[in-house]
Design a protein around this ligand. Sequence first.
Ligand code: PEP
Ligand code: MG
Length: 325
Amino acid sequence: ASDDDHERREAPATTTDGTSIEVAANVGTVADLEPAVESGADGIGLLRTEFLFLDRSTPPTEDEQYRAYRRALEAFPDDRVVVRTLDAGGDKRIDFLELPDEENPFLGERGVRRSLGPDASLFETQLRALLRAARDFERGEGGLSVMLPFVTTVEEVRTARETFSSVAAALDVDDADRPEFGVMVETPAAALLADAIVDHVEFFSIGTNDLTQYVMAAERGNGRVEPLTDDRQPAVLRAIQATVEAAESEDVWVGMCGEMAGDPDLTPLLVGLGIDELSMSPVAVPRVKQAVTDVRDADARALAERALAASTSDEVAQLIEAYRS
Ligand code: PEP
Ligand code: MG
């Protein structure tokens, strides 16, 4: 019976009209791989690589990283594995990096800003480990995708992509083995500029934890401003919409890997907005897959359209409630 259960969990989730939505897992350590596989996830939508850099006094070696990325690929041999390059700074402190003492670390040197600045050599080492893992792995349908955190400008994407390409060339990685290259959309700038950024990427993944924080100017995890950090805020929905529209215009896929993606009550809204892939904590995967199979496309699109026209988060909440009943 448990084999049957697992098969059922692994079945791809499609709406009643046959639209497939990839339901993937967020993974934050090697130990998370097993629960991610068990959850029936269709791959990894976000591998947060910070775990390789935490609680140590020196950076992980290229080989150490290579082995970790191989293990992620081996856990999902036929599925997409999206690995995010190091997102240091902000809420993510790394002991051996001398992170600057900033008054507002959330607005400072974090994510790709560090990878293109003081951590350039760490960035190259990480890309080398990733590209070697991609090159050496006999993959099925999926394969490795590389994703940049905290992008705000086209120049960042272009520069990081040049590094990626030159590392790939130096390692003789064939085009067929070359990972997809994409970015997180987790700042208002990236959402507003998505129609320009899209020319330099193969995918977007919307990070609603940070996107909501920055769109609403309300710190994640600060209880005093909690109502403002609600993902149902219409301003957040409009940022998502701008991102999806840009992705569709160039036919690149668009996923979501913030907490919002794992809330089954929001699945119809996200499908209606045009999100292709949802990535979440493994525990949420079965619930969201179930929610996808209950979605009727036309209803979901109508819900999304109304939600985008709403002016308050309460209105959005009411629309979602009405959809459910
Ligand atoms: C996000 O910001 O939504 C995200 C998925 O990244 P993290 O939570 O690691 O900042
Ligand atoms: Mg983030």
